[in-house]
Ligand binder design. Structure first.
Ligand code: FAD
Ligand code: 2HG
Ligand code: ZN
Length: 475
């Protein structure tokens, strides 16, 4: 069987779901099986609406034991599966490519415990990130990550993609914040690494393998996560800047002047700001500038924090580093400013088709890629926009056109991957490789590293049933 959409890709040697399989699986998660064609559509299609699978079944377990029973059955039958959380992933990792069985964590949304003193949260993998944040906020804590998709992404999906987001600068990556993890391996066996300890150097740290594995090594069912103290004073500044060097100068100055209260440092170019105005009617509160930076502080002393931030902003204005700016301390204005940055991905979809790239680059060459791309696709694209987590060296470069064009795609790829490799960057900073980028892994990882990844995959999933066609290269 060859997919019509991917003529060069062959379906793996997996079994095909039969009526008898459906009946057996129905018995494992009775009443929580979706087979109706119209209901399957959303599960088969990725957030960007660029990849559509052809699965005929979605299973919605509630417990680890149910996940284990499902995976065990699929393993014995040789049926391929795809784990799915909130389906907000941006590299088509969460949707089937052919007819894989979809295992959704939608109903695995129990919060198990929260230790207020240590800040340790234990929960099931299907908890929505925003719901977890609301829960821990009641105890003066915050989730160690935050991203635009928080209203629908699941913590299991966040862990599987090692999601970065807007607070990585402050709290570091999930590799550090996750204390324990439970997962169902491709055999159906449960891997229990559910520690709640901060320190535990007893042997290989196996949970790290599953963080960022994009569901190719097992299905994460539970996690324990270290939640930092929630800042009780938050302020946000939006500044306009004349050139990219100015953005870097502001970053340096901000780190020096704000120190420990800096909680986010994001950037957007003028093309992004124009796009969000045109497509989502969001209003830029300051005068138009070639670049914008969003600075967030989070601390515990209002006067101290505001004094520091005001001093920073005054200094930047005086030195002419910032052309214009606004400061927000009330929730409504803070949210309005964050909306400009966090709703970029949504806004771009209004253009039609979005060619999405998420790269890490050394800061001196960071914006040059956007300029080179703009020159290259001129006349073949609607827009080329750059924004992202510049505080982490992470650029989101997006090209749009009214509909998919192979000609435009050929101008972008492999050019962009070669460019990034040449500048010693990463071709995926935080979104992962999924189905879309797996064949470019060698641009960021050595052959020896990829070979070891393949050995690990073969060891844990010898039948290759767990999220096939994802992360590892096709050849
Ligand atoms: P899904 O999309 O359902 O799945 C993603 C991958 O994880 C798939 O490979 C899937 O098979 C696997 N998976 C899902 N659940 C499990 C599980 N329980 N066990 C094993 N594997 C599993 N990403 C960032 O890093 N930073 C951002 O700032 C950011 N902002 C975003 C903003 C918007 C508006 C959108 C739409 C996306 C954004 N993303 C961002 C991408 C995406 O939200 C994240 O990757 C998120 O972590 C995915 O979570 P999810 O539950 O939707 O996972
Ligand atoms: C963000 O930071 C997300 O907004 C999405 O990672 C990035 O739209 C994108 O390219
Ligand atoms: Zn991002």
């Amino acid at each position: 069987l060859t997919s019509k959409r991917y003529p060069k890709l062959k379906r793996g040697p997996f079994a095909t779901l039969t009526d008898a399989d459906v009946s057996s699986l129905e018995r494992l998660v009775s009443g929580r099986v979706i087979t109706d064609k119209s209901d399957l559509d959303g599960y088969n299609t990725d957030w960007l609406r660029t990849v559509r699978g052809a699965s005929t079944i979605v299973l919605r377990p509630k417990t680890t034991e149910e996940v284990s029973a499902i995976v065990s059955y699929c393993h014995d039958r040789g049926l391929a599966v795809v784990p799915q959380g909130g389906n907000t992933g941006l590299v088509a990792g969460s949707v089937p490519v052919f007819d894989e069985v979809i295992i959704s964590t939608q109903l695995m949304n129990n919060i198990i415990s929260l230790d207020e003193v240590s800040g340790t949260l234990v929960c099931q993998a299907g908890c929505v990130l925003a719901a977890l944040d609301d829960h821990v906020a009641q105890r003066g804590l915050t989730m160690p990550l935050d991203l635009g998709a928080k209203g629908s992404c699941h913590i299991g999906g966040n862990l599987a993609t090692n999601a970065g987001g807007v607070r990585l600068l402050r709290h570091g990556s999930l590799h550090g914040s996750v204390l324990g993890l439970e997962a169902v391996l491709p055999s159906g066996e449960v891997l229990d690494c559910m520690s709640t300890l901060r320190k535990d150097n007893t042997g290989y740290d196996l949970k790290q393998l599953l963080i960022g594995a994009e569901g190719t090594l097992g299905i994460i069912t539970k996690a324990s996560i270290l939640c930092p103290q929630r800042p009780n004073v938050v302020s946000v500044a939006l500044l306009g800047c004349a050139n990219f060097q100015g953005v870097l100068d502001i970053f340096r100055e901000t780190k020096t002047k704000l120190g420990e209260i800096l909680s986010a440092f994001e950037f957007m170019d003028t093309a992004s700001m124009e796009m969000i105005g045109e497509n989502l009617r969001l209003i830029n509160p300051i005068s138009a500038s070639p670049f914008y930076v969003l600075i967030e502080t989070g601390g515990s002393n209002k006067e101290h924090d505001e004094e520091k931030l005001s001093a920073l902003l005054e200094g930047l204005m005086e030195k002419g580093k910032a052309m214009d700016g606004t400061l927000a301390t009330d929730t409504t204005k803070i949210q309005a400013i964050w909306g400009l940055r966090e709703r970029m991905a949504e806004g771009l979809l209004h253009d039609g088709y979005c060619y999405k790239y998420d790269v890490s680059l050394p800061l001196p060459s960071f914006y040059q890629l956007v300029e080179d791309m703009r020159e290259r696709v001129e006349g073949s694209a609607k827009r080329v926009v750059g924004y992202g987590h510049i505080g982490d060296g992470n650029l989101h470069l997006n090209v749009t056109s009214s509909e998919y064009s192979q000609h435009t795609m050929d101008l972008i790829e492999p050019f962009i991957y070669d460019w990034v490799a040449n500048y010693k960057g990463s071709i995926s900073a935080e979104h992962g490789l999924g189905f879309k980028k797996r064949d470019f892994i060698y641009h960021s990882k050595s052959p020896s590293a990829v070979a070891l990844m393949k050995q690990i995959k073969n060891l844990i999933d010898p039948k290759g049933i767990m999220n096939p066609y994802k992360l590892l290269p096709s050849k």
